[in-house]
Design a binder for this molecule. Structure first.
Ligand SMILES: Nc1ncnc2c1ncn2[C@@H]1O[C@H](COP(=O)(O)OP(=O)(O)OP(=O)(O)O)[C@@H](O)[C@H]1O
Ligand SMILES: [Mg+2]
Length: 305
């Protein structure tokens, strides 16, 4: 499996203020994206995600470290031809229609007319925007703009698509649609890198993730390896047993209808609760083992940074 994007110890310092004060925003970023995977770049606001992406695209220049695109130095024009990009805050010429907008970008890439006339309607279909093809962009909602932006990122049929917050500002349905498009790109053999600070989105579609906090990658790897299957605690909802009796097994919470929710920390605790319920001929309504999520890890990392 070859690497399509590779960062090695990339550093970037910005100088801010009237008397410029240096601030290191990327503190030695190292990661590699493999061909054909969906790679999530996760981090809170201000962590350095967009700065990393801008470095990869050659829009800003790192102070140290190396970046390779498709195995070549990232500023090599040949490396960039296989790249598609959706910026965080795309600026659209809002008097253009969706078709005209895509045609404009296709011409920038020098795509011939016969390819454009086939590709543009196909891309609009792919992002479910074919009905809005002739509508000016100023009449588009945020979700519609995001989809047209995604079509723009695909106009040159790239093999690597970099998306900066593609799911930002979308409602749950819009997010699902964009997630499905990303999975469709993966199924078509493309590599996708996308940034997000929303854990669920990353969890749902990424094979591997890197977590950046304060300009450092604090964790990276396969999602399955980062998030253990370990059960953190089990929540059991019971009725017919007095709360005072259940309190011996863990924290209790009274619920409507005389039910009690007990939070039990280990397996013997679960057995003990079930034993008590059986002895009293009472009822178990639910038993939910809570495993670790990416959110638990993320919150831990932000706290202990
Ligand atoms: N051109 C710049 N000049 C000075 N500081 C900058 C510049 N660009 C970014 N920064 C600073 O670098 C830090 C990282 O910014 P960046 O945009 O990379 O974060 P991010 O992870 O993309 O955050 P968000 O989730 O809000 O998009 C921030 O503190 C920001 O203020
Ligand atoms: Mg950003």
């Amino acid at each position: 499996m070859s690497c399509v994007l590779e960062f090695t110890d990339v550093r970037k310092t910005f100088r801010l203020g009237f008397i410029p004060k240096p601030r290191e925003v990327l503190k030695g970023i190292t990661f590699a994206v493999e061909e054909g995977e969906v790679f999530g770049y996760l981090g809170p606001n201000g962590a350095g995600k967009t700065t990393t992406i801008k470095c990869a695209l050659g829009l800003i220049f790192p102070d140290a470290g190396t970046i390779r695109l498709f195995g070549r130095p990232h500023l090599d024009p040949k490396a960039k031809t296989g790249l598609g990009f959706l910026p965080e805050n795309p600026y659209f010429y809002d008097y253009l229609t969706a078709s005209e907008f895509l045609d404009f970008y296709a011409r920038l890439f020098g795509i011939p007319a016969e390819v454009r006339s086939e590709r543009i309607p196909r891309l609009l279909r792919q992002v479910s925007m074919e009905r809005a093809a002739d509508l000016p962009l100023r009449k588009f909602s945020r979700g519609m703009l995001q989809r047209v932006g995604l079509a723009q990122a695909l106009i040159n049929d790239p093999s690597l698509v970099i998306l900066d917050e593609p799911l930002g500002g979308l409602d749950p349905l819009g997010r699902k649609e964009i997630r499905d498009i990303i999975l469709g790109l993966r199924d078509a053999g493309k590599t996708v890198v996308f940034t997000s600070h929303i854990l669920q989105d990353i969890e749902m579609i990424c094979r591997r993730v890197a977590v950046i906090i304060g300009g450092r990658i604090l964790s990276q790897g396969r999602l399955a390896d980062l998030v253990s299957e370990k059960v953190l605690f089990t929540e059991i909802t019971v009725s017919g047993v007095p709360e005072a009796e259940l309190a011996a097994f863990g924290a209790c919470l009274g619920e409507p209808g005389g039910r009690v929710l007990v939070k039990v920390s280990d397996e013997p605790g679960v057995e003990a609760v079930l034993e008590t319920v059986r002895a009293r001929k009472a009822r178990v309504h639910s038993l939910v083992p809570r495993t670790q999520t990416l959110e638990d890890i993320f919150v831990d990392m932000v706290r202990t940074k």
